[in-house]
Design a protein around this ligand. Structure first.
Ligand SMILES: N[C@@H](CCC(=O)N[C@@H](CS)C(=O)NCC(=O)O)C(=O)O
Length: 203
């Protein structure tokens, strides 16, 4: 099999980690290229959209956009179902996760403490709850698309872990706890043998 290279920062709850995890779970041999922040300014202009992650394959142009990479890995290496419409439905979950990331991103860089508190509370009450409620309706169980792990599960797992770490001020670590199906997906991905194997490796 040709050798893939996935380039991203060394960040555990990130778009790049989703792609690394998907490649590993799919059994794809890849170069796990982790970029130091100090090296990023020089690398940035060489990437298609000035962002990471980037997937490379010898003889092909580099590919950006986490969801595009996940959909490719899913379709090519068995982390999306063969039923095209069901695969499409699971890909729509990837997009919904990026919508939520954008809503969170809109609360970054707010210097005023009161304003940040107000905006984060609004985020939790509004976009985050709406997203989780809608996601509950999409999840079949035990994984998003039924009995098989998919790239959608991996993206949900990483995103839910980000909230659960409690690193976002004024976003409670248990903000997703009322959403039983989402919580179950997170737990089931966490217990999946491939995921356990990834985290058992010396990172
Ligand atoms: N829509 C893109 C967003 C990519 C993105 O914003 N990547 C961030 C890291 S998660 C990045 O490269 N930040 C450094 C920069 O923009 O200079 C994707 O899903 O890959």
């Amino acid at each position: 099999m040709p050798k893939f290279k996935l380039t991203y920062f060394d960040a555990p709850t990130s778009r790049g980690e989703e792609c690394r995890l998907a490649l590993f779970a799919a059994g794809v041999d890849f170069v796990d290229n982790r970029v130091a922040r100090a090296d990023w300014p020089a690398l940035k202009p060489t990437t298609p959209f000035g962002s990471l992650p980037v997937l490379e394959l010898e003889g092909k142009p580099p590919i950006s956009q986490s969801n595009t990479i996940l959909a490719y890995v899913g379709r090519r290496f068995g982390l999306l179902p063969s039923d095209e419409w069901e695969a499409l439905r699971l890909e729509s979950l990837l997009g919904a996760c990026e919508d939520l990331r954008a809503a969170v991103g809109a609360t970054f860089g707010i210097a005023d403490a009161d304003e940040l508190k107000r905006r984060r509370a609004a985020l939790v009450e509004g976009p985050l709850r709406a997203w989780a409620g809608n996601m509950e309706k999409q999840i079949t169980g035990p994984f998003a698309g039924g009995s098989e792990l998919s790239v959608a599960d991996i993206k949900l797992f990483i995103l839910a872990n980000w909230f659960k770490k409690g690193v976002l001020d004024h976003v409670p670590a248990d903000a997703l706890s009322p959403f039983a199906k989402l919580e179950a997906v997170r737990a089931n991905v966490s217990a999946h043998p491939k995921i356990v194997a990834w985290y058992a490796r010396a990172q």
